[in-house]
Design a protein around this ligand. Sequence first.
Ligand code: SF4
Length: 423
Amino acid sequence: MEALKATIEGLRELYQPSRPATAGAAPLSESGRLFYRIMADHYQSVLRAREEGRLVAMHSGRPPLELLHALDIVPFYHEIFSLDALALQRNLQPYLEAASTAGIPVEFCSNHRAMVGQALTGAIPDPDLLLLQTDCCDNKLKTWEIFFDHYDCPRFLLDIPFTYREEGIAYIRRQLDQLVSFLEAHSGKKLDLDRLTQSLEHSRQCHALYREINRMRAGVPSPLNSREAFSPLAMMLSLEGTPEAVSYFQQLRDDLQERVAQGKGAVEQENYRLFWLHGLPLHSLELLDWFEREHGAVVVMDQFSLLEEEDMIDPARPLESLARRHYFSCLNIAFYGDLEKSSRHITRAAREARAQGAVFLAHIGCQIGCTMIRYFKDALQEEVGIPTLILDADLIDPTAMSLEEMQGKMEGFFEILDERKGG
Ligand code: SF4
């Protein structure tokens, strides 16, 4: 349990009003504080679930969390938790070592190595249910094979078709019926349709607010600083369909509206507008503060914040709309399925956000993400006319590429962007 407890403590410290801003970083906004508070409370509810008589479902990716909320089951997205734990504690080494001892090779995605280590050492609570979806990378499937062996609890596998056809919706829809039966059987509760409708309405509100936020990010100057730009994603993946998530998105929208009304951007002088692909170097988030402060560079949009243009949730047809959202969401297909479609999402968003350059964090160990580099790089160059910098770094391990090395690469990239402006 120690990883969960330490992360809750770390998050609580972050939102204290008396806490000074992180050295070199922009002061935390109201929504930034609220984000940490909600995430701390969420992890606290995972910790307390058993004594409150609630089940914890550990999930991968983005299952229909609304079904869990409607049945009073606590979701736990281990992957996001592990990243939170790293960003706060930077002490994942014991877990990486535990994973190595269990035979996980170092070539494996480091985040998943940390997750395996956390599970095997009991650093997180044992879940009551496991929910896995097949629309994920090989590393994740392997990790979950280990979880399936390690945890003696019921599991459900949601199979997502790789090709995109209308029949796929019916296929997922049928599995959602089975998922409801599975959850009802193990929770001993009957799905409450009113609660489900309410949770879907919360999701619909979150999506609408998220779109509004993305539109403001795409404005000039872009009002959201890069450190906080990835929080909405973590909120969606962890707490989609809850009133807490709605309150966070409302606060973020309000914070940004205020900045826009005052004509304030995330940085004093916006020099470079960047489109970010893949995750962040969590071992060196100072990189984001540095390029904002020293170079006036802002991440105006990122691959994982892309949303479908239309709302796919219809509370009158809950399971069908959950199946449709799952199948067609930009986020779910970012690393799975139709590469052309994903590329179209990226180029359209980069164009709308008036990005001048893209940065791809080529996370070592992410075979699936790295196979897309050339495809996206070419598409961004040919269709949007912007260059892409590849950072061969790691989400967790600074030895792959240090902060200083990343800074050096980015300085070279800014020179290229300057030459293009001059030309
Ligand atoms: S970073 Fe890549 S390898 Fe790691 S979990 Fe994500 S998709 Fe899989």
